[in-house]
Ligand binder design. Structure first.
Ligand SMILES: C[S@@+](CC[C@H](N)C(=O)[O-])C[C@H]1O[C@@H](n2cnc3c(N)ncnc32)[C@H](O)[C@@H]1O
Length: 229
């Protein structure tokens, strides 16, 4: 029985490795979208400078989620670098992502690594379904808000973010393309954040009932914010 179990596990893991390899080849050939994250544990790498900024952000996120076994929602998780990193630390993580290929890569990498406490799901968050999300101790939402504003409009984007804030029990870690630094197509889509984008962002989260909101740094022309209950 034990031997049969081992054989089945081996077949499953080999199947996942093969799927992961096939997805990476498709991404290299630009048939599916290129991963935004590295997954160093399975040797998936991206450009050095992008990798560094993702690792730097991870250091900030890691410092903010000190409690063990928190529940974390990773909005627009892409191929899951932050989700898998958090799960490896023992947190229960749900990664929600609109791109099927990114979800497939994240899921295969998770299975190859034998990480059991991360769940990835393919879901386009919209103004209609955002309220159906459950509450989490922490939400991380990096580089997604400007996509919402572009897809659904400024006001619906802001309403979605406000709805998401209501799902946060302890803290939210947030970053967005900014009107002062984003490319034209996003500048036009984003709300006017005035001359001081950082102040606008901090005021937004305090107005949403967070007790504190502060910047953790400035990465690739964007403020990384943490707001806590
Ligand atoms: C620029 S990437 C950021 C990835 C990751 N959050 C980070 O900052 O490293 C934006 C991701 O959000 C996803 N996304 C954008 N709009 C979305 C939506 N409405 N619902 C779910 N995922 C979305 C995209 O597919 C993409 O993977």
């Amino acid at each position: 029985m034990v031997l049969i179990k081992k054989v089945i596990l081996f077949i499953f893991s080999t199947w996942r490795r093969t799927q992961l390899l096939a997805l990476r080849v498709l991404a290299k050939l630009h048939i599916i979208s290129t991963p935004y994250h590295p997954l160093p544990w399975v040797n998936l790498r991206i450009k050095k400078n992008r990798e560094k900024s993702i690792f730097d952000r991870w250091q900030c996120i890691e410092e903010q989620i000190q409690e063990s076994r928190s529940s974390v929602l990773d909005v627009g998780c892409n191929v899951g670098y932050y989700s898998i990193s958090l799960a490896r630390k023992g947190h229960y993580v749900v990664g929600v992502e609109g791109g099927w290929a990114s979800v497939a890569i994240a899921t295969c990498a998770r299975d190859v690594l034998g990480v059991h406490n991360a769940l990835f799901h393919r879901l386009d968050l919209t103004p209609d379904n955002i309220d159906s999300l459950p509450s989490f101790d922490y939400v991380i939402m990096l580089a997604v808000f400007h996509h919402w504003c572009r897809s659904y409009g400024k006001e619906p984007g802001i309403t979605m973010l406000k709805t998401l804030c209501r799902k946060v029990k302890k803290g939210i870690i947030f970053e967005t393309g900014q009107p002062d630094t984003a490319s034209r197509k996003y500048v036009d889509a984003l709300p006017d954040m005035g001359d001081d984008v950082l102040e606008w962002l901090l005021n937004f989260f305090t107005a949403e009932g967070f007790n504190s909101a502060e910047s953790m740094g400035y990465f690739q022309s964007r403020h990384l914010i943490v707001a806590r209950r």
